[in-house]
Ligand binder design. Structure first.
Ligand SMILES: Cc1cc2nc3c(=O)[nH]c(=O)nc-3n(C[C@H](O)[C@H](O)[C@H](O)COP(=O)(O)OP(=O)(O)OC[C@H]3O[C@@H](n4cnc5c(N)ncnc54)[C@H](O)[C@@H]3O)c2cc1C
Length: 290
């Protein structure tokens, strides 16, 4: 079923994002994590793909298994800059045949070593992928990425919002945000989006911090900011109590963020789980969402 239809039935909801482990020997453990997190009754789960579409086969396989074996509503992440319409047709047909109804349509990050010029490719932006999907696969539910602090390449938040509107106008059903740690950034972004006529859902994406190194890597890649006080508190927690103290603070902070967003009336929250069951379960228990 298309996720946008499910959103009309269940509100508020949680959704969960997983990444496919690169080493297949780790898949049984990954499926145990999914089994545990299934208890939170997510509206849908999404499965990331690697940069430039690498590992798209694993994304496909895991997405299909989560649908068939775990009976979860699923959404496969799909990047387009390094792809061709032939490649996309074969992937999308396989997803449809397996009963997958939803994709997250992405451009994907540019290669850091500039190995190719994406402007030469068949698909330059996520909006091109959405036009392709709507032309050949109108039955798919489509989500897109959005950036409350602006995409790192964009000249301004206003310009980036114009392109978000284009993606939604071309037929995407809803957007999921990049992570943010200050809910005010999300509320202001939502207001700006509504002011330019975006009326589709913009679901906040929340990252529970579990590890300082992972956090630094993610922040350097996605360009999101962290409030100075939270950064200080995480470092103090690390000095005093090590990894466990960081995880405890990250869990508490994400719980506070989610509670405030739900109280503020968001339709649901999307959790970047990093495949960590215990952190997510602690959050959902505290919020009485299990
Ligand atoms: C929730 C979420 C999940 C993600 N999952 C993955 C994943 O699984 N795998 C992965 O590799 N990456 C993932 N990403 C990261 C994403 O691929 C990168 O942020 C990428 O750099 C941009 O993708 P996009 O779909 O937002 O691109 P676009 O919407 O194409 O935007 C990219 C840039 O181009 C600008 N732009 C857009 N349209 C136009 C246009 N028509 N003309 C000129 N400029 C334009 C935008 O303002 C922006 O600066 C995810 C991001 C989010 C928020």
């Amino acid at each position: 079923m298309r996720i946008i239809e499910l959103m009309k039935i269940k509100r508020p909801f949680v959704s969960l994002e997983f990444f496919p482990p690169k080493d297949q020997a780790l898949w049984p453990r990954f499926f145990e994590t999914v089994e545990k997190l299934k208890t939170v009754n997510p509206l849908f789960v999404s499965v990331t793909c690697g940069a430039l579409g690498s590992g798209q086969e694993y994304t496909k396989e895991i997405t299909i298994r989560l649908k068939k074996d775990f009976k979860l509503e699923v959404m496969a992440h799909l990047t387009c800059i390094n792809s061709s319409s032939d490649k996309l047709h074969s992937l999308l047909k396989a997803l449809l045949e397996a009963g997958v109804d939803n994709v997250l349509a992405l451009r994907g990050d540019l290669p850091q070593d500039k190995t190719f010029d994406y402007k030469e490719g068949e698909f330059k932006h996520a909006s091109d992928l959405i036009s392709f999907l709507r032309k050949y696969y109108p039955q798919f539910g489509i989500a897109v990425a959005s950036y409350p602090e602006g995409h790192p390449e964009s000249l301004s938040l206003e310009e980036d919002l114009k392109f978000l509107k284009l993606k939604l106008d071309r037929g995407a059903d809803f957007a999921i945000t990049q992570l943010f740690f200050d809910n005010n950034i999300y509320w202001k972004f939502l207001e700006k989006a509504r002011n330019i006529g975006i009326d589709k859902p913009i679901i906040p994406g929340i990252l529970p911090v579990t590890n300082l190194k992972t956090l630094e890597r993610i922040l350097s890649q996605c360009g999101a900011s962290i409030p100075e006080q939270l950064s200080k508190d995480l470092h103090i927690a690390h000095e005093k109590g090590g990894a466990e103290a960081v995880k405890a603070l990250g869990t508490e902070y994400a719980t506070m963020q989610i509670k405030e967003l739900l109280n503020g009336g968001v339709p649901g929250v999307h959790i970047f789980t990093l495949n960590m069951a215990s952190t997510c379960l602690n959050i959902f228990r505290t919020l009485n969402l299990i």
